[in-house]
Design a binder for this molecule. Structure first.
Ligand code: E4P
Length: 217
């Protein structure tokens, strides 16, 4: 399973990237706003640091302008994936940009039918938003499962990029189902390392190290 980091914060990406945990990065207008940076500048910096796909989202809502924005974004670096919303115009932009040979991430997916039609339009990645479905008491994981089944039934090679990940269980369930990629905030990725029994066991070991005065160096 590939790990993308869902942030535009350079330092947070660098920390995970140094550990080899970053297969790509996703950004969106809210994350760019949060970073306080210019979209082109910060995206360029991320692309120089990370070799995998870096999603940068268009701002327009009509296909023609989305395509023009996408063509400008892909000039930033070879690893740009143009992110377009799952609207009819977004699908038109997806088809044109993917026919041109660019990676396209179709975002804001909330149904399996939307994922099906995005694959038909040549999406490289489909981004189903798990957390936002859970927020309205729907089952985000069920959506990941449905998309996996449908893509496997017909051999679509669009990658399932499980997004809007809020918890470590979202990561675990996505891995169980076979999502190709998860994109998660740095804090969620880091908390995958946590377990209370690890903390408890380490505390005991540290007590014994002190009691027996165990030294290695
Ligand atoms: C994905 O590409 C989105 O940027 C992201 O996962 C949205 O997550 P949120 O619902 O926590 O804002």
């Amino acid at each position: 399973m590939k790990f993308f980091v869902d942030t535009a914060e350079i330092d947070a990406i660098a920390e995970l990237n140094d550990l080899g945990m970053v297969d790509g990065v996703t950004t969106n207008p809210s994350l760019i706003k949060k970073s306080g940076r210019d979209i082109i500048e910060v995206t360029k910096e991320i692309c120089a640091m990370v070799s995998g796909p870096v999603s940068a989202e268009v701002t327009a809502t009509d296909a023609e302008t989305m395509i023009a924005e996408g063509r400008k974004l892909v000039e930033i670096a070879e690893n740009i994936a143009v992110k377009v919303p799952l609207t009819w115009d977004g699908l038109k932009a997806c088809k044109t940009l993917s026919d041109d040979g660019h990676m396209v991430n179709v975002t804001l997916c909330f149904s399996a039918n939307q994922a099906l039609i995005a694959a038909k339009a040549g999406a490289t990645f489909i981004s189903p938003f798990i957390g936002r479905l859970d927020d309205i008491n729907l089952d985000g994981m069920e959506l990941i499962e449905d998309i996996r089944t449908i893509y496997d039934n017909y051999g679509f090679n669009t990658e399932i990029l499980a997004a809007s990940i809020r918890t470590v269980n979202h990561v675990l369930d996505s891995a169980r189902i076979g999502a190709d990629v998860i994109t998660a905030p740095p804090a969620v990725i880091k908390s995958l390392a946590n377990h209370p029994l690890t903390d408890k066991g380490l505390a005991t070991f540290l007590d014994d190290i002190k009691a027996a005065d165990i030294k290695i160096l």
